[in-house]
Design a protein around this ligand. Structure first.
Ligand code: 2OP
Length: 308
């Protein structure tokens, strides 16, 4: 499976390339970046490790070499300033994102190509991609709340001194301020997390607030996310490459689950080789469903102000 990373010279793009190299599932990783020299340097550095990591082809390229890509990973974009919300970022990123989509189209895409959007605000840009790429909505996916769910699970494990891989806490909705923690299904060893005495409402609120603010926290401390977002991206790409049919909280154009439609946000979504197989309306607490619908309203309001 050939992956072309648009923004491949940037932090998220490079970390994703490294995560995919270590995962040794995809066959080709092409780095595209406005800074050609940087993309070439990163591709060279990664190439040096192919004799150790696995038999993959890793190279810097350009749009003319991307028409045969099975999956386009779009990580290019300007980063938020620490005090800037993702949605504020939108107008600074829309022009760049539209240019990327148009370059992909003019270079040509395979009819079964899949696009994974990471650039922020990811839900809005995913919707833009559906609109402009003339691809079936099932082939355009946003990273959505994958990273938020990983952050929440990791913070819970750290605070409660549990094994992080055994903590399953999901966030749905917007990858942004209106994201919704799904405590009704949070579990450890498949058992309700709420059963732990330390997992009080106060604990839940504080660990969620930390999660919601951690994108900005990482930006403030080191300029932007890289490692955990790359692992989230790797999991989505491997779910597609290996036709896993697993359920992930990724963003896509809603078709009516939870009574939400015509906006991109994250609901439980079955992923396989053809992209989105299904969106699943798993039962939530009433306040969680309302939170999801509020998230949809917030995103629709913003979408209305986007000039593209
Ligand atoms: C974050 O939350 C990159 O949007 C991503 O850090």
């Amino acid at each position: 499976m050939k992956i072309t990373i648009i923004g491949g010279g940037g932090r998220v793009g490079v970390c994703s390339a490294f995560a995919l190299q270590c995962g040794a599932v995809v066959s080709d990783i092409q780095l595209l970046d406005a800074n050609k020299e940087l993309a070439e340097g990163e591709a060279l550095d990664l190439l040096h490790g192919t004799a150790i990591a696995g038999d993959q082809r890793i190279y810097a390229g350009d749009y003319t070499r991307s028409a045969d890509s099975d999956l386009f990973l779009i990580t290019a974009g300007l980063r938020r300033k620490p005090d800037e919300s993702r949605l504020d970022l939108i107008n600074r990123n829309v022009a760049l994102f539209v240019q990327i989509l148009d370059s992909m189209k003019s270079a040509g895409l395979k009819k079964d190509a899949i696009v994974l959007v990471v650039s922020n605000p990811v839900d809005i840009l995913t919707q833009l991609a559906v609109k402009r790429l003339d691809l079936p909505w099932r082939r355009v996916i946003g990273l959505g709340t994958m990273l938020d769910s990983a952050r929440l699970s990791s913070f819970i494990a750290e605070e409660l001194q549990l094994a992080p891989t055994q903590v399953k806490a999901t966030i749905l909705g917007e990858h942004g301020d209106s994201m919704v923690p799904i405590w009704s299904s949070a579990s450890i060893l498949g058992l309700p997390l709420a059963g732990l005495p330390q997992c009080t409402t106060a604990f839940q609120n504080s660990v969620f607030e930390r999660t919601r603010g951690s994108g900005a926290e990482v930006i403030k401390k080191k300029g932007g996310a890289g490692w955990a977002v790359a692992l989230s991206i790797r999991d989505v790409i491997h779910a597609i490459a290996l036709n896993k049919r697993c359920l992930l909280p990724v963003s896509s154009l809603q078709q009516g689950r939870y009574d939400i439609r015509d906006i991109c946000l994250s609901v439980p979504t079955v992923l396989g080789r053809e992209g989105i197989i299904d969106q699943v309306e798993l039962k939530l607490w009433p306040k969680e469903t309302m939170g999801l619908q509020q998230s949809a309203r917030a995103l629709k309001e913003t979408l209305g102000s986007v000039k593209a």
